[in-house]
Design a protein around this ligand. Structure first.
Ligand code: NAD
Ligand code: ZN
Length: 399
């Protein structure tokens, strides 16, 4: 095999589908006997990729994007013991070694291994995190295969539900993690900021955890409609009525038990400020509507440096937070990447046993070819309600 057609980053809003070298079982000059090469079966475009697309995360020119990967093992290093050629596997988006203290303590979101990333305790495919090439490609290298990969035991059964199972590599575990961090349990009242793919997965996760009422807020009516059609409560944040009043109209009281920030640092304001970027917009709205003693999960991404910020503070990751309100309400807050390996097996079983029959409808999955990926990015950037799933070998189209 000589080439590997891939989605390649050339600059802000400039992605091209090009042929790059076929991956080898090596990275940064080291041979990796614990790695595999996957033929990519499906690879989704994420809101995190959109931060790159819009010039808000820097990645090197020529880097291959994509971290939401499902694939088939086509090559293995000598030290891989638990996988076989032909296995269908889901790849957690976190590159993590499974050997360091954090990985051993179920915190693959903050792998400490310097080979994964010597600059920070986190790894992922397709970002500027020590060059792990992305999966929006025909083939991809995955290290630490025995630890990282989750194998689907029945390949044919998994391919039948691949439009749902493709979400297992990131956003379903991420949304679910947001809910678990927020303490969602049977009978909970939950407010989720953001009706993007992560917010919609969080809504599905909250329902799976037994929440009594799940309310999702956004300024995007098409995305909210996907949720209201599936029986979730929604709040249109373009409405000038305060969020607390809108929640009171649904619940009879203005506060919820649990909150999830599925927005991140490119947040907009509410009401009159709905058209304006306001990095603290989602967090402050959650501090306002989560009850004293409640908890908030923050899967939405915040950064230490933003190359195109709304103001100088935001450029350094400093937000204007209602911290005093938050502190006096004694709200618990959980931030960071989601440790996908903690949830992927359980959520796969939930999908295979039809516990989320509404999932692909709420997600509005749209399968596209590799060549259509730049167009998918552009549509997603404009607020499309679809979750774009790239099908590099035509295997989803065929299934
Ligand atoms: P997205 O951009 O499609 O969705 C964000 C939604 O938030 C949009 O629909 C937007 O209209 C809405 N929004 C903006 N301001 C708001 C506000 N103040 N209140 C409520 N809604 C508001 O992105 P996505 O794919 O759904 O991802 C959401 C965030 O999660 C991104 O920051 C992404 O990078 C992050 N993410 C984190 C992890 C993790 O492991 N922590 C994993 C995947 C994605
Ligand atoms: Zn993602």
């Amino acid at each position: 095999m000589s080439g590997n057609r891939s989605v390649v980053y050339h600059g802000t809003r400039d992605l091209r589908v090009e042929t790059v070298p076929y991956p080898k079982l090596e990275h940064n000059g080291r041979k990796l006997e614990h790695a595999v090469i996957l033929k990519v079966v499906s690879t989704n475009i994420c809101g995190s990729d959109q931060h790159i697309y819009r010039g808000r995360f820097i990645v090197p020119q020529g880097h291959v994007l994509g971290h939401e990967i499902t694939g088939e093992v086509v090559e293995m290093g000598a030290d891989v013991e638990l996988m076989s050629i032909g296995d269908l596997v889901s790849v957690p988006f976190n590159v993590a070694c499974g050997r360091c203290r954090n990985c051993k303590e179920a915190r693959s979101d903050v792998c400490e291994n310097d080979f994964v990333n010597p600059d920070a305790d986190l790894g992922a495919f397709g970002f500027d995190l020590k060059g792990w090439s992305g999966g929006q490609a025909e083939y991809v290298l995955v290290p630490y295969a025995d630890y990282m990969l989750m194998k689907f035991n029945d390949k044919a059964q998994a391919m039948e539900k691949i439009r749902d199972l493709t979400l297992i590599s990131d956003i379903l575990p991420t949304g679910f993690h947001g809910c678990v961090s927020a303490g969602v349990k049977p009978g909970s009242h939950v407010y989720i900021a953001g009706a993007g793919p992560v917010g919609r997965c969080a809504a599905a996760g909250a329902r799976l955890l037994g929440a009594a009422c799940v309310i999702v807020g956004d300024q995007n009516p098409e995305r909210l409609k996907l949720l209201s059609d599936a029986g979730f409560e929604t709040v249109d944040l373009r409405n000038s009525a305060p969020l607390r009043d809108q929640i009171a109209q649904i619940l009879g009281r203005p506060e919820v038990d649990c909150g999830v920030d599925a927005v991140g640092f490119e947040a907009h304001g509410l009401g009159d400020e709905a058209g304006t970027e306001l990095p603290h917009g989602a967090l402050n709205s959650l501090f306002d509507v989560v009850r004293a003693g409640g908890a908030i999960g923050v899967p939405g991404i915040y950064v230490g440096s933003d190359p195109d910020p709304v103001d100088k503070d935001a450029g350094n990751g400093r937000l204007h937070l209602d911290w005093g309100k938050m502190w006096t309400k004694s709200i618990r807050l959980m931030t960071g990447m989601a440790p996908v390996t903690n949830y992927n097996r359980h959520l796969t079983e939930a999908i295979l046993w039809d516990r989320m029959p509404y999932l692909s409808k709420v997600m509005s999955i749209e399968v596209i070819t590799l060549d259509q990926a730049p167009d998918g990015y552009a549509k997603f950037d404009k607020g499309s309600p679809s979750k774009f799933v790239i099908d590099p070998h035509g295997l989803l189209a065929a299934s």
